[in-house]
Design a protein around this ligand. Structure first.
Ligand SMILES: Cc1ncc(COP(=O)(O)O)c(C=O)c1O
Length: 463
């Protein structure tokens, strides 16, 4: 076995000696160390040894305009020089955040009243959960505070947003979720449908499941439902066509708020400016982050409709102030970068580009269905998941202990492609500016990784 542990005093060894990494096996990392990325241009990144990779995940589903956007650098530098900081508390404001809020309200996929700013998707969802509680309290129903989300959802990692999330790793050993956060079956037909069940029947069954859960808990105790229009970190799950229609009927029946977590899907990713439009949602609040600034700087925005705002506004008057606050809410440099990002989306017709690339990307990945490892390819626009399975005919999954997904991930990296294994689903979320040639190159490199994975499984007698 070659020793691939970091050389003493290398950046890799210094990293392992000094940093706790998120979503990483901390023990393995001590021996394995990181890939240290040095620079980026377009959809490409280069590590400190000069190796180039296609950044097939836009970082963490976020770097939508790719690297080297000089307009964003200039927007940040100009704002840094003019007014690097001001806050929004106690009746203060500044022009960049006003312009950004107005623009977001103009772009909103359903009528929205006001924007609440924070620094991350987690804080956006956390704020939304807090606003749900505040809202029902103000309405004289303080007990209507339970919140339902999906198993396998990823809504972030503050205590509330990790509780909203439905990923095992967010909860295990942390004593989460908090009481009052409930989870229903994800709308993934391929994995969760019963034998012979149509998409329509599957959607009906899941809506019935939601209804039954609300009844069991007591509708007077259940305040809201959070959903990602297309689930990202849970494995790129695209709900069946009538799913949200059926869910909305249940939510309306029990007078519940709907929150659309668009942290991945907003700003063109699914082929519309918002995933809410793509999936036909009618939410009361929408959470945006990541693509809001193309990840050049941390910022998130929570859109709040008039139904909610009018109530929380009255309540803040009763309490004295609206008691949510972050020092960096609507930070001027972040707001200026986000405003410029939104201009670039329009100037470059990013939605048109995603639609033009969709057939090459989704079609190209679907051609991989001829590969003996590929069970399902799913996605929309420029986000997709390719699920590797033991048995294509039945969809039988591999034993997780085999680590098929992580192996394929490592092989892709060896071939100069950064993607992300979610179990055995290989996820893709490239920068939205990716070209047709780059898509073809990305898929060709992925096929090499698939072949390597197949070879490993054959050697081990598994396939
Ligand atoms: C759908 C969704 N919501 C929320 C978050 C959390 O965002 P952040 O990491 O900026 O806190 C993420 C992050 O991946 C996400 O994918």
């Amino acid at each position: 076995m070659p020793d691939d542990s970091p050389r003493p005093n290398s950046p890799e060894a210094r990293d392992a000696a000094s940093i706790i990494h998120p979503l990483t096996n901390l023990k393995t990392h001590l021996e394995k160390g990181p890939v240290v990325i040095d620079e980026g241009k377009g959809v490409w990144v280069t590590d400190i040894h000069g190796k180039k990779y296609i950044e097939g995940m836009a970082g963490l589903w976020c770097l939508s305009l790719g690297y080297g956007q000089d307009r964003l650098v200039k927007a940040a530098a100009d704002q840094m020089a003019r007014l690097p900081y001001y806050h929004l508390t106690n009746h203060k404001s500044h022009s960049p955040v006003i312009e950004l809020a107005e623009k977001l309200l103009e772009m909103a996929p359903v009528p929205m009243s006001k924007i609440w700013f924070a620094n991350s998707g987690s804080e956006g969802n956390d704020s939304a959960a807090r606003i749900v509680w505040y809202y029902w309290h103000a309405k004289g129903q303080p007990e209507k505070r339970k919140i339902i989300a999906h198993q396998r959802a990823y809504h972030g990692n503050t205590i509330a947003s990790a509780s909203l999330s439905g990923m095992h790793y967010n909860h295990a050993s942390f004593g989460l979720p908090l009481d009052g956060f409930l989870h229903v079956t994800p709308p993934h037909h391929y994995r969760y449908a019963e034998s012979g069940e149509s998409e329509e029947d599957f959607a009906t069954r899941l809506a019935d499941e939601l209804d039954a859960l609300i009844i069991a808990e007591g509708p007077e105790t259940v305040g809201a439902f959070f959903t990602e229009p297309i689930m990202g970190s849970g494995g790129v799950i695209v709900p069946p066509p009538t799913y949200y229609e059926k869910i909305k009927i249940v939510l309306d029946k029990y007078d519940m708020l709907l929150i659309s977590d668009e942290v991945i899907t907003a700003f063109g990713r699914t082929g519309n400016m918002f995933g809410t439009t793509t999936m036909g949602l009618k939410p009361d609040m929408i959470v945006c982050a990541k693509g809001l600034s193309s990840a050049y700087i941390p910022i998130s925005a929570l859109m709040v409709n008039a139904r909610v705002f009018d109530v929380i506004s009255e309540e803040s008057d009763r309490v004295g102030v609206f008691g949510l606050s972050f020092t960096y809410s609507g930070h001027p440099v972040a707001a200026a970068v986000a405003r410029e990002t939104l201009r670039i989306y329009e100037d470059e017709d990013i939605v048109g580009h995603v639609r033009a690339m969709d057939p090459h990307f989704q079609g190209g990945l679907r051609e991989l269905l001829d590969h003996p490892l590929v069970g399902e390819v799913r996605g929309m626009g420029l986000v997709a998941g390719v699920e590797l399975v033991k048995d294509k005919a039945t969809g039988e999954a591999f034993d997780p202990a085999l680590g098929v997904g992580p192996f394929c991930n490592d092989r892709a990296e060896e071939h100069g492609l950064i993607i992300r294994a979610i179990g055995d689903t290989m996820s893709f979320c490239p920068p939205l500016i990716i070209s047709k040639d780059e898509i073809e190159e990305m898929i060709a490199r992925f096929r090499l990784a698939l072949d390597d994975t197949m070879e490993m499984l054959q050697e081990r007698g598994v396939k």
